[in-house]
Design a protein around this ligand. Structure first.
Ligand SMILES: NC(=O)CC[C@H](NC[C@@]1(O)OC[C@@H](O)[C@@H](O)[C@@H]1O)C(=O)O
Length: 262
């Protein structure tokens, strides 16, 4: 009896090995993924009428999680600026919200391989006289804090008054109530808000050099490798294409994410 007990005592290498196997990706809760996301970036990621998270990023990442053998995926809404710091300090296992991969961001977090490349859009009302990036000068432009749009506007729209908001909802209501003349956000979200509030695109700026990736804490090579492998598999078997066509109908499809015949 004693021999058998010692074999499975906590200190035995077998038990430790088993312990390691239960949580190979260093998750907060083994077998569950806690994911920081946004509630107002439809159709990338948003909460539907019953408060459930859905959208391209949500369904794509849930598929990736299933490929990792993880079936419990909990999405939690955050202000965008808080997502990367919270992922870096271990409050979440991942950040998934059309988060562009950039060297600056890679100083605080690691990213999976990219899964979505598109445009940054200047969205405006029909009455503002903002018809392209050159007519932004002397106007007020909303940006969500911490986004690539904020960075881009600070570098390129130097004659424009930048007004910073915590999230898309606040920025869009400022645009609708006239507090700002335009809002700088992601293309597909801009398209959705334009349809809902009779707004127009004044400019669509490519952001292909910063494709969206899954943000994870630094120092988790096994987790990153597993994510990259699952993302690749999702693209190769056509899941990525199916979800893209579902959530971004009519949008051009970046070829690098489609099944490769090779
Ligand atoms: N959800 C957000 O508000 C994120 C805003 C912004 N997204 C940029 C981006 O990742 O959006 C998805 C794709 O179009 C990428 O090419 C693009 O860089 C950012 O990463 O800062």
């Amino acid at each position: 009896l004693f021999a058998s007990l010692s074999l499975f005592s906590l200190s035995s290498p077998l038990a430790n090995a088993a312990g390691q196997q239960e949580n190979p990706y260093g998750l907060i809760e083994p077998g569950e993924l806690r994911v920081a996301s946004l509630g107002d970036a439809k159709p990338y990621t948003f909460t539907d009428a019953s408060g459930n998270f859905t959208g391209f990023d949500v369904e794509f990442f849930t598929d990736v999680a299933h490929r990792l053998g993880i079936n419990k995926v909990v999405f939690i809404g955050q202000d965008f600026a808080g997502i990367l710091p919270s992922v870096a300090n271990g409050r979440y296992d991942a950040g998934v919200a059309a988060i562009g991969i950039t060297p600056a961001r890679e100083k605080t977090v690691d990213f999976s391989s990219g899964y979505l490349a598109g445009y940054l859009t200047v969205l405006t009302r029909k009455d503002t006289g903002v018809t392209d990036v050159n007519s932004l000068a002397k106007h007020r432009l909303a940006v969500v804090q911490g986004t690539l749009q904020e960075n881009y506007a600070m570098q390129h729209f130097t004659q424009t008054d930048l007004v910073r908001f915590p999230d898309n909802n606040a920025a869009i209501s400022a645009l609708n109530n006239g507090t700002v003349d335009a809002d700088f956000l992601d293309y597909e979200a801009a398209k959705d808000y334009a349809a809902r509030f009779n707004l127009v695109h004044a400019a669509d700026i490519p952001s292909f050099d910063a494709p969206a990736g899954v943000a994870i804490a630094k120092g988790k090579p096994a987790f990153k490798a597993a994510l990259d492998k699952a993302i690749q598999a999702s693209m190769q078997d056509g899941t990525w294409k199916k979800l893209y066509q579902k959530w971004f109908p009519g949008s051009p499809m970046p070829k690098q994410y489609l099944p490769h015949s090779s």
